[in-house]
Write a protein that binds this ligand. Structure first.
Ligand SMILES: O=C(CO)COP(=O)(O)O
Length: 250
């Protein structure tokens, strides 16, 4: 059975007080669920989130990290720093990092390798832009994004990797990929994984969908056979909405 996951990517939102309040509300309202629940606050609030979530079934995860151990990289955060405050999981390759901070497939290959070397779990994001989909190139683009960073890894690395398909045109736009479009892409990814590694590995990897997931559409998206959960942006900033999305698994 693949792990079901609901992860909230808070992006550059929530100051110290806001982080504390949102986590308190989530803790108070957290439903009984078989899903793994994660939240990714900003770096400055990550350690306090780890403390606040101590003993709670919500994992605090990082939104990014650097590929070197340490050094002259002003403004950057290393895997060791994250590990030292109790972080085990990092989001890499988010389309906003690719678009605004020029993260390339080559750079992401290094980041993934470093995270795995440090025994961290990676939530690896990828997804096509609207122009790619309109040109019928979405499968090609996704395959390229996955190949460089992930397809050269040893098969054993896959128990540390969670995939998150986030079509760029659906992020923060209110426009969701239809459940059928999500399922079609997730099935394609699993088929590529089976070809590059094995059927067993392809079947074991959790593939999340991200892009305008809301309480009103989560159940239908999660009902698709190759969709193992969601990476939630805007709706993760509201405790009631995030909880409703978690409940969509029941
Ligand atoms: O980018 C996302 C999660 O990483 C999705 O964001 P939205 O849910 O706001 O569309």
């Amino acid at each position: 059975m693949r792990t079901k996951i609901v992860a909230g990517n808070w992006k550059m939102n929530m100051d110290k007080a806001g982080t504390k309040a949102l986590l308190s509300d989530l803790i108070a309202e957290l439903p009984q669920t078989g899903a793994l629940v994660m939240v990714a606050p900003t770096f400055v609030n990550l350690e306090s989130a780890v403390d606040q979530l101590n003993g709670i079934r919500i994992e605090a995860v990082a939104q990014n990290m650097h590929f070197e151990d340490s050094g002259a990289y002003t403004g950057e955060i290393s895997a060791d720093m994250l590990r030292s405050i109790g972080i085990q999981t990092v989001i890499l390759g988010h389309s906003e990092r690719r678009a605004y901070f020029h993260e390339t497939d080559e750079l992401l290959e290094k980041k993934v390798a470093k995270a795995l070397e440090k025994d961290m779990r990676v939530i690896f994001c990828f997804g096509e832009e609207l122009a790619d989909r309109k040109a019928g190139k979405h499968f090609e683009v996704v395959e390229r994004q996955l190949s460089r960073a992930l397809f050269n890894l040893p098969e054993s690395a896959w128990n540390q990797i969670i995939l998150a398909y986030e079509p760029v045109w659906a992020i923060g736009t209110g426009e969701t990929a239809s459940p059928e479009q999500a399922q079609e892409m997730h099935a394609f990814i699993r088929q590529r994984l089976a070809a590059a590694f094995s059927e067993a590995t392809a079947e074991s990897v959790s593939i999340l969908y991200g892009g305008s997931v809301k309480p009103g559409n989560a159940k239908e998206i999660f009902s698709k056979k190759d969709v193992d959960g969601g990476l939630i942006g805007g709706a993760a900033l509201n405790a009631a909405d995030f909880v409703a999305i978690i409940k969509a698994f029941d």
